[in-house]
Design a protein around this ligand. Structure first.
Ligand code: GLY
Ligand code: MN
Length: 462
């Protein structure tokens, strides 16, 4: 099991103690998750906050950081010979704990006793796995439906403040994930030819992660129906002239993600109409990455990016009027109903289990509650060390067009007669992962997946 050096985990826990000042902080590791019977499980994935503070990717562990008594404890049961017969020998919990600088290891059953005997306030993070909810509910004597609201906001905030800013060792991991992501994306480009199925490309690129001994960071979206934002079906056969949208990424064995999207023409040649729409999305990503600097709010960058997008759509005759005003009112969201990006790190939507409002927003920047902008997962001021995605898109969603047109919605900004000509166009999204640096920002990884029209065509025809 690969882990960072001991000091990394110790320093993170010390910073957490300094931020919390008092209390008993609970960290629930994940258990194996049965797929169809208890011994046939999904691939194990450790909880990301547990990984952050303890680094041990093993099922069945829990931990406590007891701030008042300055104790870090890992709870879990060592394998018995019955387990070893089936699973082979693995490092003991004691050995693994030593690798994250924890010497206090106790049997799993002692966790409950420790929590129940605690004199100080018990802090826990919002649980998202049902087995952990049932367990916490029983140990803390809190009804399951109340667990979310009784989870600890101070602990959430302290964890977010730490995980927000990526350390040098984490950036190296993210770069490694980006490199596998590059291979996944360029392979998909090369495979996108007439008669090939989406499944074949999906299986091949997920296999690239697997062949490196890794998982993907989320279910790959490989679809010629790019207008369906999170489309997880891959049942179509590709034909020359289709656009294929590939939104996929790898995660390293330590859990760090990549998340990129490219959209490219089956057969390797964009039509003029595809180029026109693609170039608008390209101008939006290329125009908004340089805006990503420490101190800027991502909400304002999202809105500026939407203005670039809307101006492009106006140039194509799909929108009309004042595009600043159109974006303020949300008219552009018929074409881009999602946010410009999200935090990324140990989770592809980093820390989303801790509550989007706590990760992407703060006292200063609050969500804008109109369709489209409301889906922006990250709005707050950018900080050096943040890693987040920039992923604009243009989509033609026939069902959405129908409703808006019937309601005469934003008729002053949307040229429905023109939009109707694009009903079968599909969707285009382009996505890069960006690190905020002291002077601005840069793409995570050593090379950018081909994105300019001529580079994509050249690469696909090489
Ligand atoms: N790449 C999937 C997402 O950002 O939701
Ligand atoms: Mn994304």
């Amino acid at each position: 099991m690969r882990m960072f050096s001991q000091e990394v985990y110790k320093a993170r826990r010390e910073k957490l103690k300094a931020a919390m000042k008092s209390g008993v902080c609970i960290f629930m590791g994940n258990n194996e998750a049965p797929m169809n019977y208890p011994d046939n499980c999904y691939q194990f994935r450790q909880d990301s906050t547990f990984l952050y503070f303890f680094g041990i990717a093993q099922a069945g562990l829990k931990a406590i950081i007891d701030v008042d008594n300055n104790r870090d404890i890992i709870f879990g049961d060592e394998l018995t010979v019955d387990d070893i017969v089936w699973m082979g020998e693995v490092a003991s919990i004691k050995e693994l704990a030593a690798r994250c600088c924890v010497v206090d290891v106790r049997p799993a059953a002692e966790f409950e006793k420790y929590v129940k005997a605690a004199k100080a306030e018990v802090h826990f993070l919002p649980p998202y796995r049902h087995d952990n909810m049932i367990f916490l509910s029983s140990v803390l004597d809190i009804p399951i439906p109340e667990l979310q609201k009784r989870s600890s906001l101070p602990l959430v905030k302290a964890v977010v403040a730490l995980r927000n800013v990526k350390e040098a060792c984490e950036i190296e991991e993210l770069k490694a994930a980006a490199e596998i992501g590059y291979e996944m994306h360029t392979t998909a480009m090369k495979m996108a030819n007439d008669g090939v199925s989406e499944h074949e490309i999906y299986g091949t690129i997920e296999g690239i992660s697997l062949k490196h001994g890794l998982l993907t960071s989320f279910h790959s979206i490989v679809s010629k129906n790019g207008q369906i934002l999170h489309n997880h079906t891959h049942e179509n056969i590709l034909h020359t002239g289709d656009l294929l949208l590939n939104d996929s990424g790898a995660q390293t064995d330590m859990g760090y993600a990549s998340d990129n999207t490219r959209t490219f023409p089956v057969g390797g040649k964009f039509s003029q109409r595809q180029k026109d729409v693609y170039q608008i999305v390209l101008n939006t990503i290329n125009g908004s990455i340089p805006m990503m600097k420490p101190g800027e709010t991502y909400q304002s960058i999202h809105l500026k990016a939407c203005e670039i997008l809307a101006e492009g759509l106006k140039g194509l005759g799909l929108m009309k009027g004042d595009m600043k005003e159109a974006v303020q009112l949300g008219a552009h969201a018929m074409f881009m109903p999602h946010g410009l990006g999200h935090m990324m790190g140990l989770d592809v939507h980093d820390m989303e289990d801790l509550g989007q409002i706590n990760v992407g927003y703060d006292e200063e920047v609050q969500p804008i509650k109109i369709f489209g902008v409301a889906s922006l997962r990250m709005g707050k001021r950018l900080q050096v060390g943040n890693v987040l995605t920039n992923e604009p898109g243009i989509y033609f969603v026939p069902q959405l067009i129908d409703i808006w047109e019937r309601e005469h919605k934003f008729e002053q900004f949307i040229n429905y007669a023109e939009v109707d000509k694009y009903r079968d166009f599909g969707g285009i999204r382009l996505e890069d992962d960006i690190l905020i640096t002291p002077t601005g920002s840069r793409i995570v990884g050593d090379r950018r997946i081909p994105i300019e029209i001529k580079d994509v065509e050249e690469y696909m025809n090489m």
